[in-house]
Design a protein around this ligand. Structure first.
Ligand code: GLV
Length: 332
């Protein structure tokens, strides 16, 4: 009997992809690039499973061209590139990569916050540009992070990992979330629940860790930026579109807030041109989870989910991070 086909939409760690070969006919792309809906449908036409990434938008229309598809693993914790309702109605299981990246993303949130507050990118560009001819005692004044109030909007497991790092900085943490955390978790991460208005008004450094949903679009826009301290730093490691990037560019230019750092952008990989002209912002190409260890762990988890969905490996029959488990129950 022929093996089921798995389409792997981008090249990654060959030793991890190889774990699929015993059970699957692996069709792995050798180049990483975005696919049009027509190309996606073409590649999924005879696929039983697929491993996709954030740039692959899988919706009902694409699924119409994928009659054999049973399981799709997303190489990311966020899954706003997937239409989960459409996948579920088509009987396709879907998984993401939660938890394995929490600590790495939390490290990166702190890296961006520190870099923006202490003007690391700006001063490095100036040095590389050959402009360092002498030091000014009042040059490159930034904002302290130690002892300052860290605000976190969206307090899932990544938000909690960010909060736990604050104790070494003796920095109080306030947070806002759809629902308040249990008291024991608040104690563990040393975070105090506040309403959104208080979060905006009191944070010296505000980090966004919300999932993207249409309701969360432009959660931080002109009004919210005006409600922040003029000395504040804003960090977005969540998703493009949660911040109104044009409004942020204006706020950084006119001094509404002091600095920002973005790892995610509206319409990425395009970056709003006004952001590129601004010095008091750190910009990075969506790399918060990109440590060698964590990207391997994410890849391994995606592969484990696919194997499990087809009855193989240590989790046979129970993909460990399936998003729509009802699909498997319906199929059994
Ligand atoms: C990255 O943005 C992810 O969702 O894993």
């Amino acid at each position: 009997m022929s093996k089921p086909v798995v389409w792997v939409s981008r090249p990654f760690f060959p030793d991890i992809v190889d774990r699929l070969r015993e059970h699957f006919d692996v069709r792995a792309e050798t180049e990483e690039r975005p696919f049009s809906p027509a190309e996606l449908a073409e590649r999924l036409a005879d696929a039983d499973a697929a491993i996709v990434g954030l740039a692959d938008k899988i919706d009902g229309k694409v699924l119409q061209g994928a009659p054999k598809l049973r399981f799709l693993a997303n190489l990311a914790v966020g899954y706003n590139n997937l239409d989960i309702d459409a996948l579920t109605s088509a009987g396709v299981g879907a998984s993401n990569t939660p938890d394995v990246l929490n600590e790495t993303v939390a490290d990166y949130a702190w890296a961006l916050m520190l870099a923006a507050a202490r003007r690391v990118g700006e001063s490095e560009r100036w040095l590389r540009d050959g402009q360092w001819h002498g030091s000014r005692f009042e040059g490159w004044l930034g904002a302290d992070v130690h002892g300052k109030t860290i605000g976190i909007l969206g307090m899932g497991r990544i938000g909690q990992a960010i909060a736990r790092r604050a104790s070494g900085f003796r920095a109080p943490v306030i947070y806002h979330n759809r629902s308040r955390l249990e008291a024991s978790i608040e104690r563990d991460c040393g975070a105090r629940y506040v309403d959104k208005a208080t979060l905006l008004a009191q944070s010296d450094h505000l980090i966004l860790v919300l999932p993207f949903t249409p309701a969360n679009r432009h959660t931080i826009g002109e009004a919210e930026l005006k409600a922040m301290k003029r000395t504040a730093t804003l960090v977005n490691i969540a998703r493009g579109g949660i911040v109104d990037d044009a409004a942020l560019a204006r706020a950084l230019t006119d001094g509404t807030i002091a600095s920002a750092a973005l790892d995610v952008f509206e319409g990425e990989p395009q970056v709003h041109p006004d952001l590129l002209k601004i010095e008091n912002i750190v910009l990075s190409p969506h790399i918060a989870s990109a440590s060698r260890d964590t990207r391997r762990d994410m890849a391994a988890l995606a592969v484990d989910n696919v194997l499990a969905a087809f009855g193989h490996g240590p989790h046979a029959g129970r993909p460990p991070t399936i998003l729509n488990p009802g699909v498997l129950a319906d199929a059994s």
